[in-house]
Design a protein around this ligand. Structure first.
Ligand code: BEZ
Ligand code: FE
Length: 278
């Protein structure tokens, strides 16, 4: 294995993977090497460009900490996150569609009773959210566990503020025995994803904006059903057709209605997919 050249190196690298005991790892590594080498050949990658790529990935890693996941943002903005969601969630027609998880979920959000205000003082117009959680045949699913989280009127999630005393605009509650839920929160507004790092530089270099259309995140769990990770989007948002992370699905767009008293209301019914097999 000497004197490898541009015509023989790919095969040499692939041969070195032959000893990989884990079959799935071997499959993934083999495909990765093939595509990576094909990519370099296709664009005729120069050495300075290779170095620029290394520097970009280095900066992406250096931007990551407990509160900032620049690699997930990179995956999101390259459409890889949404592709992975789409490939792995082939639910029957009629089920609520999933979308990207995003980097702003918190494992231990505060717990609330139905009807409570999950806003926790976050800045925004008041909004009442209600709906139901059902099975495909319309049967109510009792007591599902609902996680919600959202940005405030300034486009920030609570975790993006350095000195907040407690979580805001997020919470966990159970739907009632008839599968219904309702809570108070603030109106979701469009917001830009964090763009002060390498992903922001990439968006700028490609003349793309960093905005997501207004949405409210939901994660819903019920025994016997697949976990649903999704959002509800606000109709008429100017970014619905250019979401920076490609997450919009028409079935998730809803009317957030302005009431005579100036507050807003959103009604959305979720349909969960039963777990199959084990
Ligand atoms: C979000 O909706 O919270 C989100 C998703 C992907 C990237 C950044 C934010
Ligand atoms: Fe979000």
């Amino acid at each position: 294995m000497r004197n490898l050249n541009q015509d023989t190196i790919t095969q040499a690298v692939l041969a070195r993977l032959a000893t990989t005991p884990d079959a799935r790892l071997k499959e993934i590594m083999t495909s990765l090497v093939q595509h990576l080498h094909a990519f370099a050949r296709e664009v005729k990658l120069t050495e300075p460009e290779w170095m620029q790529g290394i520097e970009f990935l280095t900066a992406t890693g250096q931007m990551c900490d407990a509160k900032r996941q620049e690699f997930i943002l990179l995956s999101d903005t390259l459409g890889l996150s949404m592709l992975t969601v789409a490939m792995n969630n082939d639910k029957p027609l009629g089920c609520t569609e999933p979308t990207v998880f995003g980097p702003f979920f918190l494992e231990d959000a505060p717990r609330f009773e139905l009807g409570a205000d999950v806003g926790g003082g976050a800045k925004g117009e008041p909004c009442m959210v209600s709906g139901s959680i059902k099975a495909l045949d319309g049967t109510p699913i009792p007591n599902a566990l609902i996680n919600v989280w959202q940005a405030d009127a300034d486009g920030n999630y609570d975790v993006q503020y350095a000195h907040l005393a407690k979580p805001q605009a997020r919470g966990i509650m159970n739907a009632d025995a008839s599968g219904n839920y309702h809570f108070k929160t603030i109106l979701a507004e469009a917001y830009p994803i964090p763009s002060d790092g390498p992903v922001g530089a990439m968006l700028k270099a490609t003349k793309n904006h960093p905005w997501r259309p207004a949405h409210l995140h939901f994660m819903i769990d019920a025994p016997g059903y697949e976990r649903l990770i999704t959002h509800v989007f606000r109709d008429h948002d100017q970014y619905l057709d250019s979401d920076v992370v490609f997450g919009v699905r028409q079935s998730l767009v809803a009317d957030w209605i302005k009431q005579p008293d100036g507050t807003y209301s959103l009604h959305y019914d979720f349909v969960l997919n039963p777990k199959t097999g084990t």
